[in-house]
Design a protein around this ligand. Structure first.
Ligand code: DQQ
Length: 652
């Protein structure tokens, strides 16, 4: 049943008309005119050849992969195609959505991908829509026995644009049923996109959804929506509040720098509080608002937080973590045993950075524990491809769960041919790492383990310096790998001290040998190791004998294709006295999601092998150190595929 009055009574929403807002209800005429205007501007901006390519993309947006006789997808002339990406996000007022690696237009020729190679890339147990483009996770929540997942979605193609809210439900965060689109741009205040937002569950169980709308004038405003029928556990229909927008950019904030409201939390005064990302010059900021009814808001003095030099903050997140217990906390919880996390997605580098600190309810601010590892200049959730993430509190299992958008590292051209782009990370449980006090622990939700099939165990395998050994596990494209490594104590003691700075991305990758690394597991490798993705540790002995451990993945040899991005990712991982080195890797076709030391450092890699696919994919253990031998113990499970399919229509 529709709830006609889901919130407290409200006065005038206090909406300030937007500049140039001639027709606030957005008649079809206005809409057509604004589309025309947009097209005119775009055509003026793009060179002729780019337009030709753009038309080519659009024309084949919904086209699935079709090969020619030989199975090749190369251009009909037989010549490989030239990769020409088109920048979209920044023009529309958000971060770049295309793969930046291909910004050097025309430099790269595309690999002749065939049907079977491209089909293999689709994942088996990560969340994906059936087709087309997806980006940020939106408004995740648990309601009446179902996990709800909404996401930024282009129903018309495999590139960013025409953004609506896709919707899927699950009983266990693993198997998903796709539902009808939850919200589409059908109002002037979200005409250019129903952008990212968050859910709040009120104490009486009602759901409030706040989201950013890109208006018919491309102004970023915040809107309110709620379920049409709260008794429907599937929450299929959504109503947009008649008084939208509920927030417009405040004075001093650019109209394209005001987006992505958080879940609200209760203040000590009983009001609801949210933050919204923005920037002032080059300082990334979180604006803070209080509301009693989600319809009218008070902009609080000062900033919730800001960090100079970090640029626009997208998709900010704020939540408590427990110092005392291994469980998640409702967003409104505060107290002496609680720390608070702030996360921002940096528009400039498209990475998600978090920091741990203290929340001050009274003056509505947050202060990092260590200003040197503040938001945007310190620790990242993930050192691979992982952006626009969002957490929610799962009140059913008392845990906080993190979702992150994992984009593609191949060319848009290939995405259009595949008919899809982007996946979501495996949902990760988030805990405060009591041992380091500086890090969070991210770990695949325990339900992932229900997909584990048969396993192979390798106990205390000696891997000598400079050796590689195949791990006979059969098929190696859907795996859950847990591994522990012990480094020969004598080698650790004898290793020379070095003052050379090591970095995963610029210190030569897995082929560069040091005394104490690299060693680890090479996934998605072919028999001859001509393609492989090593996931590894590298220990450096610094001045005074101090050992520092790095956790990396090396994509540089992951594919023989030239038109995919193949960087080396990684970062420092804290390893405490007495701890063994441990890792977990989820291999799911074109994604390799890796977690070191219980999830202190994580790396999501997208890889596109051309040979190490299907039955040809192998798994290797390697130790490329010059001095140290390591002892490895591994347990490797084959992983089943998840059921991710449309909700059966007779049940809707
Ligand atoms: N994606 C949305 C925006 C958000 C951006 C648009 C982050 O709301 O800032 O699709 O990827």
């Amino acid at each position: 049943m529709v709830d006609p009055n889901p919130f407290l009574p409200v006065s005038n929403p206090g909406y300030t008309p937007l500049p140039g807002e001639a027709n606030p209800i957005g008649s079809p005429v206005t809409r057509r005119r604004s589309i025309c205007l947009c097209l005119a501007v775009v055509s003026g901006l793009l060179a002729l050849d780019l337009i030709v390519v753009l038309i080519g993309y659009r024309g084949s947006d919904n086209v699935q992969v079709h090969g020619n006789e030989s199975g090749s997808l190369a251009a009909s002339s037989g010549q490989p195609e030239i990769v020409r990406p088109v920048s979209r996000g920044p023009v529309a007022g958000v971060s770049e959505k295309a793969n930046g690696h291909f910004a050097d237009v025309g430099r790269l020729r595309s690999f002749p991908w065939n049907n079977s190679m491209l089909s293999w890339q689709r994942t088996a147990f990560h969340f994906q829509p059936e087709k087309n483009w997806m980006n940020d996770p939106n408004g995740p929540l648990f309601y009446k026995g179902w996990y709800h997942f909404f996401y930024q979605y282009n129903p018309n193609g495999a590139i960013w644009g025409d953004i609506v809210w896709g919707h899927a439900v699950s009983r266990d965060l693993i198997h998903w049923l796709h539902l009808p689109l939850a919200m589409v741009p059908d109002q002037w205040y979200d005409f250019n996109g129903v952008w990212t937002g968050s859910a709040t569950i009120l104490p009486d169980g009602k759901i409030v959804m706040l989201y950013t709308g890109a208006t018919n004038e491309s102004v970023q405003v915040q809107n309110l929506a709620y379920p049409a029928d709260p008794s429907d556990p599937l929450l299929i229909k959504w109503i947009k509040y008649s008084g939208n927008p509920v927030l417009v950019p405040p004075p001093g904030i650019h109209h394209k720098d005001f987006r992505d409201p958080t879940t609200a939390w209760l203040t000590s005064e009983g009001k609801w509080r949210i933050i919204i990302g923005s920037k002032i010059n080059r300082t990334g900021i979180a604006l803070v608002y209080d509301t009693k009814d989600f319809k009218t808001y008070e902009l609080l003095d000062g900033l919730f937080h800001g960090v100079p030099g970090t640029g626009m903050w997208e998709c900010v997140d704020f939540y408590p973590v427990s110092k005392a217990e291994d469980c998640g906390l409702d967003t409104s919880i505060n107290g002496p045993e609680v720390k608070h996390v702030v996360k921002a997605s940096l528009d400039d580098d498209r990475h998600d950075y978090y920091a741990i600190g203290t929340y001050h309810d009274k003056n509505s601010t947050w202060v990092p524990d260590n200003p040197e590892i503040d938001v945007g200049i310190g620790i990242r959730y993930d050192y691979g491809v992982f952006y626009a993430s969002k957490t929610f509190y799962d009140q059913d299992k008392s845990r906080r769960i993190l979702w992150g958008w994992i984009g593609e590292s191949d060319s848009e051209f290939a995405d259009v041919k595949k008919g899809w782009a982007s996946i979501q990370s495996i949902p990760r449980t988030i805990l405060f790492d009591n041992k380091t006090g500086t890090h969070l622990l991210q770990w695949p939700v325990q339900e992932v383990e229900s997909l584990r099939l048969r396993s192979n165990e390798f106990d205390k395998v000696q891997v000598k310096a400079g050796s590689v050994m195949k791990l006979d596990v059969g098929s190696a494209t859907q795996l859950d790998i847990e591994a522990e490594f012990e480094v020969d104590k004598e080698a650790l003691d004898k290793a020379p001290e070095s003052n050379v700075t090591f970095s995963c991305s610029s210190s030569g990758g897995s082929v560069k040998r040091g005394a104490l690394g690299p060693f680890g597991v090479s996934v998605l490798a072919d028999e001859a190791l001509s393609e492989q993705t090593p996931v590894y540790f590298y220990i450096v002995k610094g001045n005074g004998g101090k050992l520092t451990t790095h956790f990396c993945t090396d994509q540089s040899r992951s594919s023989e294709a030239t038109d995919v991005n193949k960087p080396i990712y990684g970062s420092y991982v804290p390893v405490l006295e007495g701890e063994k080195l441990s890792l977990r890797i989820l291999v799911d076709h074109s994604i390799v999601e890796s977690f070191a030391q219980g999830g202190r450092t994580c790396i999501a890699s997208r890889v596109y092998p051309t040979k190490a696919i299907y039955g040809a994919a192998r798994l290797f253990l390697f130790n490329n150190a010059t001095d140290a031998s390591v002892t490895a113990s591994l347990k490797i499970w084959q992983m089943n595929s998840a059921f991710i399919r449309p909700y059966p229509s007779e049940n809707k």
